[in-house]
Design a protein around this ligand. Structure first.
Ligand code: IPM
Ligand code: MG
Length: 363
């Protein structure tokens, strides 16, 4: 099969971690007899520096002509003072909307034996396996916004809007995913205060009739935040709007140990977009100490969701589990005084395990 992807390494640790993920994809392609074609393009701050546009036209073209897009990260302190439209983040938001990827999947799993990575007690975090399904193209991120008035008396407004159609399509994705997991869906909203949440709840209830086998419950976002740290194992699939999903997914990352481990897939549109959720981490960029596992696991999601290569995806995930089980730790995962591996060492370890698994498929 032709695995034709565009990579957007972006800013901060984006390029370092993306390099390792591409490395693993090459090993997969070689081992399974696929052809990997990688086109690298600019996004975010890197694109701003090169062409004063956080999402240049040739980047969009390349993404739309690919089977999938693998992104590193965008943003950094150098661009904090840029006007809103010229911020690196604006490039990412535009890319999501150009690709029309309204469904953002963010799994957070506490791997067996790795409970100690979590700041929570092992008995609380053990067995956590939650999939956050975040609506990605609506709500506060894409609502009308403005800042008006004279200096000192300005007033800024963001709007949180959702249509029934937008809620319906993301709800269907979440129910479908729940059907292939533990049949449990928690829809998170703020229906005790917000109109957009009341509509959200109503539409989710309506869609649930199409999925009688899925057990649906509703939770307010504040209480969901609390439950996610106090009893994370109660969740299977969490369905929520854009901003709540942004916040809860970082929290879920912390619950299972490190944001550095978490991949994401943005799907439902023309071309799937895959990115680790950790962001650009400018404080550690360029030092070779970033954790590439979020990017590598994103590459696995890319193979699964955009190319239907389940065996290949699972072999990457198994390799990552093996490497972690053997005790290899990037700096974000290490306990005090524990030996750590660099970004490229971690990538090489995973690549090595993938190669071994291909050579002895019974594993
Ligand atoms: C994420 C990030 C982005 C978001 C930023 C970089 C715009 O935090 O993917 O979670 O808020 O969606
Ligand atoms: Mg975020």
């Amino acid at each position: 099969m032709l695995i034709n992807i565009t990579t957007l390494p972006g800013d901060g640790i984006g390029p370092e971690v993306t390099e390792q993920a591409v490395h693993v994809l090459h090993v997969i392609a070689d081992g399974f007899g696929h052809q990997l074609k990688v086109t690298e393009k600019n996004i975010g701050g890197a694109a701003l520096v090169a062409s004063n546009d956080p999402l240049p036209p040739d980047t969009i073209q390349s993404c739309l002509a690919s089977g999938a897009v693998l992104l590193g990260a965008v943003g950094g302190p150098a661009f904090d003072s840029y006007p809103a439209k010229l911020r690196p983040e604006a490039g990412l938001l535009r890319l999501r909307s150009e690709l029309d990827v309204f469904a953002n999947l963010r799994p957070a799993i506490c791997l067996e034996g790795l409970e100690s990575l979590s700041p929570l007690r092992a008995e609380i975090v053990r067995g956590t396996d939650v999939l956050i399904v975040r609506e990605l193209l609506g709500g506060l991120y894409f609502g009308e916004r403005s800042t008006k008035g004279d200096s000192g008396r300005r007033r800024a407004v963001d709007t949180m809007a959702y249509s029934e159609a937008e809620i319906e399509r993301i709800a269907r994705v979440a129910f479908e995913l729940a059907r292939h997991r533990k049949n449990k869906l928690t829809s998170v909203d703020k229906a005790n205060v917000l109109d957009s949440s009341r509509l959200w709840r109503e539409v989710v209830n309506r869609v649930s009739r199409e999925f009688p086998e899925v057990q649906l419950s509703h939770m307010y976002v504040d209480s969901a935040a609390m439950a996610l740290v106090s009893r994370p194992t109660q969740f299977d699939v969490i369905l929520t709007e854009n901003m709540f999903g942004d916040i809860l997914s970082d929290q879920a990352g912390a619950v299972v140990g490190s944001l550095g481990l978490l991949p994401s897939a943005s799907i439902g549109g023309k071309v799937g977009l895959y990115e680790p959720i950790h962001g650009s981490a400018p404080d550690i960029a360029g030092q070779g100490i970033a954790n590439p596992l979020g990017a590598i696991l994103s590459a696995a999601m890319l193979l699964r969701h955009s190319f239907q290569l389940e065996v290949e995806a699972a072999s990457i995930e198994a390799a990552v589990r093996e490497v972690l089980a053997e005790g290899h730790r990037s700096r974000d995962l290490a306990a005090k005084g524990q030996r750590t591996v660099t970004t490229s060492e971690m990538g090489e370890l995973v690549s090595g395990r993938v190669r071994e698994r291909i050579q002895t498929p019974a594993n």
